[in-house]
Design a protein around this ligand. Structure first.
Ligand code: ADP
Ligand SMILES: N[C@@H](CCOP(=O)(O)O)C(=O)O
Length: 312
C-alpha cells in the first residue's frame, strides 16, 4: 500500500479551503504507486488525485507541474494540476509538498495489444510536439554521465561477465553520441504502468517525475522497450511496428533518427539496466521501492546487439 504519509479528513478539509473545489466528501488511499503517497479525493465539485511527494521538495516541483499543465492545456492526455487561490500548484500538507490533479478514467495494462501500442506512440509524438513551446528546461539526471558514474561504482560488485558487458556497452554508447538529433521534453519513463488506458484510448500519461530535456527518439526507444516486450523478454515485432507507426503518424522520423535508432534502443535498455542494478546492489536506506529485475534489461540489450531488423 503506497500511503506513506497519512492525511486526516480534518487536515485535508482545512487544506482544501485554499482551492475553489467545494467541500470534502471522501478521501481514499491509492494502493498502486511506489514513490509517492496518492489519494483519491472527492469533493462536492468532482474527483481529484492528491499526491504527497515523498522525495521531491517544494522548490523542485514547478518544472513537472507546469509541464503537466502545459501539456493538458494543449490537449495531451495527462492529469491537469489544479491551482489554488494563490495560483500555486503545490503547497505543504502533513509536512510534505502536495498537489491536486484531475482524476483520469482508465487503468494500466499489463499485456497491451497493437491498437494500444499505436495509441501510445501517437500520444507520445503529440506530447513531443506540444512541449516544443514549454519554456522551462531540465537536464536529464539519468543521462550518459550518470550511467557511467553509477556503473563505475557497481563494477566491483557485479559478476565479471556482467561488468564486462556493461563496460563495453558504455564504451559503445560513448562513441555514439547523438546530440544533433531533434531534442525536446521527454517523459523518460513511459512504461506500461505510467499510462492509464480506457480500452484502446489513452486516458492519460502519468508519473512525469523523470521528465527532462533530451533526445526525442530516446523517449520512443524507452517506451518501445517496455510496451513491446513480450513474456519471453524480447520484442514483439507487431507491437514494435504499431508503436513506431503511431509515433510516425504525428512526427515522422528524420533520416538521421532512423540511422540512430538501433543505438538508441540499446541506450534506453542500458539506462534501465543500470538503474535496476543500482536499486538491487545499493538500495538507499529507508527507500520505499520494490526491486525490479535488472536482468530484464540486460537480456534485452543483448538481444538488441544481435538484432538485424529494427522494425522501421
Ligand atoms: N490523475 C490520475 N487519475 C487517476 N488515477 C491516478 C492518477 N494519478 C495516479 N493515479 C493512480 O495512482 C497510481 C500511482 O500513481 P503513480 O504516479 O504511479 O505513483 P508513484 O509516483 O508513487 O509511482 C497509478 O497507478 C494510478 O492508479
Ligand atoms: N520504470 C522503471 C522504474 C522507474 O523508477 P521508479 O523510481 O518510478 O521506480 C523500471 O521499471 O525500472
Amino acid at each position: 500500500m503506497s500511503v506513506y504519509t497519512s492525511v486526516s479528513t480534518a487536515e485535508l478539509a482545512q487544506w482544501l479551503q485554499r482551492y475553489a473545489l467545494g467541500e470534502l466528501v471522501e478521501l481514499k488511499g491509492i494502493a498502486a504507486g511506489i514513490t509517492n503517497t496518492n489519494y483519491f479525493v472527492t469533493t462536492t465539485h468532482g474527483r481529484y488525485v492528491l499526491t504527497l511527494f515523498e522525495v521531491l521538495q517544494l522548490d523542485e516541483l514547478p518544472y513537472f507541474l507546469e509541464l503537466k499543465s502545459h501539456l493538458a492545456r494543449h490537449g495531451v492526455a495527462c492529469p491537469a494540476p489544479i491551482a489554488d487561490h494563490n495560483d500555486h500548484f503545490a503547497s505543504l500538507l502533513a509536512g510534505k509538498p502536495a498537489c491536486l490533479v484531475s482524476c483520469l478514467d482508465g487503468h494500466d495494462v499489463a499485456a497491451p495489444n497493437a491498437a494500444q501500442c499505436y495509441a501510445v506512440g501517437e500520444m507520445l509524438a503529440q506530447m513531443h510536439k506540444a512541449s516544443s513551446t514549454f519554456p522551462r528546461r531540465m537536464r536529464n539526471p539519468r543521462g550518459p554521465e550518470w550511467w557511467s558514474r553509477t556503473a563505475a561504482a557497481l563494477y566491483p560488485q557485479l559478476p565479471a561477465a556482467d561488468a564486462a558487458s556493461l563496460r563495453s556497452e558504455i564504451a559503445f554508447q560513448d562513441s555514439h553520441r547523438f546530440d544533433f538529433l531533434p531534442q525536446g521534453v521527454i517523459h523518460a519513463d513511459l512504461f506500461k504502468d505510467n499510462v492509464l488506458m480506457d480500452g484502446d484510448r489513452i486516458a492519460g500519461f502519468i508519473d512525469f517525475y523523470y521528465a527532462c530535456n533530451d533526445i526525442l527518439l530516446y523517449d520512443l526507444a524507452i517506451a518501445l522497450n517496455d510496451w513491446a516486450r513480450d513474456v519471453q523478454g524480447d520484442i514483439d515485432a507487431e507491437l514494435a511496428r504499431a508503436i513506431i507507426a503511431g509515433y510516425q503518424s504525428i512526427r515522422p522520423l528524420t533520416e538521421e533518427e532512423r540511422k540512430a535508432w538501433p543505438v538508441m534502443l540499446r541506450a534506453a535498455a542500458l539506462r534501465f539496466w543500470v538503474s535496476r542494478l543500482l536499486d538491487f546492489y545499493r538500495p538507499a536506506s529507508g527507500e520505499m521501492t520494490y526491486t525490479k529485475d535488472p536482468g530484464v534489461f540486460q537480456r534485452l540489450l543483448e538481444a538488441h546487439r544481435a538484432r538485424q531488423d529494427f522494425w522501421l
